[in-house]
Design a protein around this ligand. Sequence first.
Ligand code: ADP
Length: 279
Amino acid sequence: RILLTTVLDQHRENIKGIAITVQDITREVELNEAKSQFISNVSHELRTPLFNIKTHIETLHDYGEELTESERREFLETANHETDRLARLVNDVLDLSRLESCRIYHFDSVDLAQAIEQTLRTYQLNAKDKGIELIQELAPNLPPVLGNYDLLLQVFTNLVGNALKFTREGGKVAIRAYALDEGHAHNLASKVRIEVSDTGIGIDPEDQHAIFERFFRVENRVHTLEGTGLGLSIVRNIIDKHHSAVHLVSEVGVGTTFWFDLAVFVEQSVTIDTPLIET
Ligand code: ADP
């Protein structure tokens, strides 16, 4: 963008010159394009379950009496299922847009063990039903990290949820956390690494970058497994807010590990220069 501004003299009477300002607005244009793309994707994604709900209810309404009891139940179940899908979509879209609207989040000391245990508790039954072993490996004396508890809980929930979704019966899903000793003075760890791994279907190297894009879902599984394609965008956004990045290692047919580092929480301590003298 080029802006031309006339420069007046101090009496604001004569033109002294013209100032030319050149602004690089590539980022602005890109953001706007991404936003319209997102809106168009959201509308498209919302339309499918809405259409399904409407046609099933309409059929029940218009031809309900001609259908058998089991057909009626099946129609109702589909409508119900699609309503759940719609609700999941709306929730994920709201979460993502809240995260992107630059809201200030309160960062504090987070007990990772508590957040991880809470996550695994919610998935215990699901894992048991699917015959998947849920493993928790937390290093002893794990230091607290600097973060937002609710946001980190959502990261664990999304990653463990995906791991369970893409792992077959008899597989394993593990969540690990350990301090990284980066050779810091006094051996104090500055970061904690968190890994969520599974022995699931894996992700093709070609798709590994795209899975973090909104609404991206690996082909062929779109209709067989529940999901919105927004879970990993939410994860990436939250980890971004924690000034870190999500990485993954994956092999098709072997499994996937998502990992990221979080900064250790350091208490603001007051240094006392003068030795305390007991009186
Ligand atoms: P979804 O709601 O579809 O799970 P996500 O954004 O969480 O959306 O994930 C995007 C896609 O990445 C998934 O649809 C799936 O194809 C792939 N994916 C995510 N996690 C895993 C995993 N642990 N194993 C294999 N594929 C995965």
